[in-house]
Write a protein of this length. Structure first.
Length: 185
């Protein structure tokens, strides 16, 4: 069974997803400029997602948010370290050490159709294996100068096709790309 994998993430203008220490204060400050009635397409995107796949550092960050932002969604945390998960109604967490291909195969066989991949290292590993189908990157108008990059080394070029681009009055620019595969499948 085939499962699509998408990235939906924000970066600074210079391509960072967090400061070197993992802080995202700049993102929270940027989000403060967004009108309450605007979610930049997030709710529509999440309505298509069956499962979230995130790294341990991302989970540790998201676990501090109140309320839990993924209520009712299955979340797989890729980690090799023991993890104490949040508990509560609507929280569906599981740990995995599977490689990206194996994890997507298991999830697809289990009926999942669309995975949201989050976290810098996890996104880079899925990109490196050619497993990301769509990337939505929202650029926040701030330069950090240093931090944790969204993109890393790849085994070769990854060709992308522009799906959409939108500039918001509050300064964000959101661009969505689809991966172009060599095979027509």
């Amino acid at each position: 069974m085939t499962i699509a994998a998408s990235v939906y993430i924000a970066t600074s203008l210079d391509g960072f997803i967090a400061r070197e220490d993992g802080a995202i204060d700049w993102l929270m400050e940027g989000n403060g400029t967004v009108p309450a009635s605007e979610d930049c397409g997030y709710a529509q995107f999440m309505s298509t997602v069956d499962v979230l796949i995130m790294g341990r550092n991302t989970y540790d960050q998201v676990a501090t948010f109140e309320p839990w932002p993924y209520e009712g969604k299955r979340v797989v945390v890729l980690t090799s370290r023991p993890v104490q998960f949040l508990q509560g109604s609507g929280i569906q967490l599981e740990a995995s050490t599977e490689a990206p291909h194996a994890l997507l195969h298991r999830l697809g066989t289990g009926g999942c159709k669309h995975a949201y991949v989050d976290g810098g290292q996890v996104i880079q590993s899925f990109l490196s294996e050619g497993l990301i189908d769509e990337l939505t990157v929202t650029t926040i108008p701030v330069l950090l100068g240093a931090g944790r990059r969204l993109f890393g080394e790849l085994p070769g070029d990854m060709k992308l096709r522009l799906v959409s681009s939108k500039a918001y009055d509050f300064g964000f620019v959101q661009t969505t790309y689809r991966a172009q595969r060599d095979d027509p499948a």
